[in-house]
Design a protein. Structure first.
Length: 165
């Protein structure tokens, strides 16, 4: 048996530290996206903003549904909207934040597993890493360069193309 160590590189910015200007601007758009969130069941609102290579910013808010699997996370709303509206234009970065009606979010909100896999697919398709910036209402901000920093053992589409012969 061999044990391997996986190391992740996550940037953390305190409240007084200098978050890059472009990250701060994108987080402000993610906060605006909270207005489009529909979360009557969880009362947990998530906003996401995606910066595209052409300078466009596409926003999305999480969308809940009484039939729970029918809802969609903010990140996927923004990414699917970006791919539909601007086909072939790479996603440079995604920012997300959250706000809850019942408590203050004091830690950065991170993408769920399904959103991480979608981000992996987008990165693979565009052959370019995506910067992901994550924030709550208070506390630190975290950022990573590439989804492999949040999903190190991701599922690649090459695994679907294998043959038994």
């Amino acid at each position: 048996m061999e044990v391997k160590l996986i190391t992740l590189k996550i940037e953390e910015y305190g409240a007084g530290e200098d978050l890059p200007k472009s990250d701060r601007a994108l987080l402000n758009k993610a906060k605006e996206a909270l207005e489009g969130s529909y979360a009557p069941y969880s009362e947990f609102h998530v906003g996401a903003a995606a910066l595209l290579a052409n300078g466009e910013i596409v926003m999305g808010g999480n969308q809940e549904n009484a039939a729970y699997p029918s809802g969609m996370c903010a990140e996927r709303v923004a990414l699917f909207h970006a791919q539909s509206s601007f086909p072939g234009v790479p996603v440079v970065s995604v920012a997300l934040t959250a706000q809850c009606d019942r408590f203050v979010t004091t830690h950065p909100v991170t993408p769920c597993g399904a959103c991480r896999q979608v981000m992996a697919e987008v990165e693979k398709k565009q052959e370019q890493l995506i910067r992901i910036v994550m924030q709550g209402e208070e506390g630190i901000t975290q950022a990573v360069n590439g989804i492999d920093q949040l999903l190190p053992l991701l599922f690649h589409e090459e695994k679907l193309k294998k043959s038994k012969s």
